[in-house]
Design a protein around this ligand. Structure first.
Ligand SMILES: *Cc1c(COP(=O)(O)O)cnc(C)c1O
Length: 229
């Protein structure tokens, strides 16, 4: 049986391989271990294997895990990657280091107001809905610039980049098109804002193409922690 440590090391070698294939330095790509629904012991096992960045999707569950682990493991970096309703923003502002799924001005302002003064600014990515599907969250390509301006003006938030969940498809043409649009948007944003250095895209099944298109953070859950109920 493979352990969590084995699976982290496999994911790391996939990142290294994918980076080499497109002549990128694999150190530019961070592995975010998505631990949603998984118990604390699994996070500790991953930590002991050297993993430091963890992604959570659910506000309540994420809060409990941060509270349970942050004293003993202060160097864990907690990333919120799920949908956020504005009435729950305080929990994210108080407990997380990163927020990947920002798509509304109102929530940006609330997070800024609610971020405790003794913490570093909350590191944020704008979630982009690249396929413009009504069922998906995120802003359209056209709305990125406006939201970026707002975030950049808020002292308790730092704009780090973009996050996206491209369409899961076997249509290679469509896949390439979405990933290159995201890459272009990211490069444009990076030119405008020196704080921008993060393109959060790519999961287990599209990690290689994401890295080929400039991803700097891949979010992997099942391949590390096993399937969820
Ligand atoms: C759950 C989740 C992941 C990880 O998905 P797996 O299929 O378990 O690897 C990545 N990104 C987001 C936004 C998620 O919600």
């Amino acid at each position: 049986m493979t352990t969590i440590a084995d699976r982290i090391s496999i994911a790391q070698s996939q990142i290294t391989q994918a980076a080499q294939n497109c002549s990128r330095n694999s150190e530019e790509v961070t592995l975010l271990a998505v631990s949603k629904t998984k118990p604390i012991e699994d996070i500790v096992a991953a930590y002991q294997a050297g993993q430091r960045c963890f992604g959570e999707n659910y506000v309540q569950e994420g809060e409990e895990k941060v509270i349970a682990l942050s004293n003993e493991y202060p160097d864990i970096e907690w990333h919120f990657i799920g949908p956020l309703q504005s009435n729950k923003s305080r929990i994210i502002a108080e407990h997380f280091d990163w927020m990947h799924t920002l798509s509304r001005e109102k929530i940006a302002k609330r997070l800024n107001d609610q971020r405790p003064d003794d913490k570093n600014p909350l590191q944020v990515c704008i979630q982009v809905n690249i396929s413009d599907e009504a069922s998906k969250s995120g802003v359209s390509k056209q709305e990125v610039a406006q939201l970026a301006t707002v975030i950049d003006s808020l002292p308790h938030l730092t704009l780090r980049g973009l996050m996206a969940i491209p369409t899961a498809t076997t249509d290679i043409g469509l896949q390439k098109q979405e990933f290159s649009q995201l890459e272009h948007l990211y490069l444009e944003l990076k030119q405008q804002y020196p704080s921008v250095d993060t393109l959060s895209m790519g999961m287990s099944n599209d990690l290689a193409i994401a890295i080929e298109h400039g991803s700097t953070m891949v979010r992997i859950g099942t391949a590390i922690f096993g399937s969820r109920k």
